[in-house]
Design a protein around this ligand. Structure first.
Ligand code: NI
Length: 137
């Protein structure tokens, strides 16, 4: 078993808040990320897959194909968007990095399987100090 990671990037806006709370309570719980006028991040997404090396080709999966799938299914849908309001596969959640990683997993997993390998980890870096890793349900 060998692990292979592809990075893709996107820029997006979000807000951490509970709609039933007022701005003061949201600020108390979520801090500056609850700013009612949104804020943005330059996200880095690392998608790690695992499998066996194809002896004929020398790779687990074609990185060009993997990159195309990540861009088509995830980053092109997120790039320069408001994650709270504009992305169908992110509806109904608090727009945290944790929930973002879980939904990206769900979005990508069926496509990764079709490539003949397995999804191992979704890592989302929100800032240089904060990142999340999700290893599946
Ligand atoms: Ni934020």
């Amino acid at each position: 078993m060998i692990y292979l990671t592809r990075r893709e990037r996107f820029n997006a806006a979000h807000r951490l808040y509970r709609p039933e709370w007022d701005d003061e309570k949201n600020l108390e719980v979520f801090g500056k990320c609850s700013n009612p006028n949104w804020h943005g991040h330059n996200y880095n997404l690392f998608v790690t897959v695992k499998g066996e090396v194809n002896p004929e080709l020398g790779f687990v999966v074609n990185l060009k194909t993997l990159g195309e799938i990540i861009r088509a299914e995830v980053t092109e849908k997120l790039d320069h968007k408001n994650l709270n309001t504009e992305v169908d596969f992110l509806s109904g959640i608090i727009m945290s990095t944790e929930n973002l990683a879980i939904r990206i997993w769900d979005q990508l997993e069926p496509h990764i399987k079709q490539l003949g390998c397995e999804l191992h980890c979704i890592k989302v870096i929100e800032t240089e100090n904060n990142f999340v890793e999700f290893y599946g349900h």
